[in-house]
Design a protein. Structure first.
Length: 91
């Protein structure tokens, strides 16, 4: 019953109406929409990291930003069979 009612309009229409009534609202994005969202892009929440075997890989950026200590991501995940794997299986 409610599903039919909510499907009768687009999510954009629902969000606009709710926000105009001062109700906090936003869309629930699927995976593709998340990484094309203007706010996600503005906050650098999608970053490219160089990887030795895969080239440039994209991953999520740091969610918390500080103006004096911005932080950053510049390391790729450990390679399969690398030091981390060897240490894990050694113990």
């Amino acid at each position: 019953m409610l599903q039919e009612h909510f499907l009768s309009r687009s999510s954009t229409e629902w969000v606009e109406d709710l926000q105009s009534a001062n109700v906090p609202a936003g869309p629930i994005n699927d995976l593709v929409d998340v990484f094309t969202d203007p706010q996600v892009l503005h906050r650098d929440m999608l970053v490219s990291i160089p990887h030795p075997t895969l080239g440039e890989v994209k991953q999520t950026g740091l969610p918390i930003k500080f103006s004096d200590t911005p932080g950053g991501l510049d390391k790729h995940p450990p390679l399969l069979g690398g030091k981390i794997t060897q240490r894990f299986y050694k113990n």
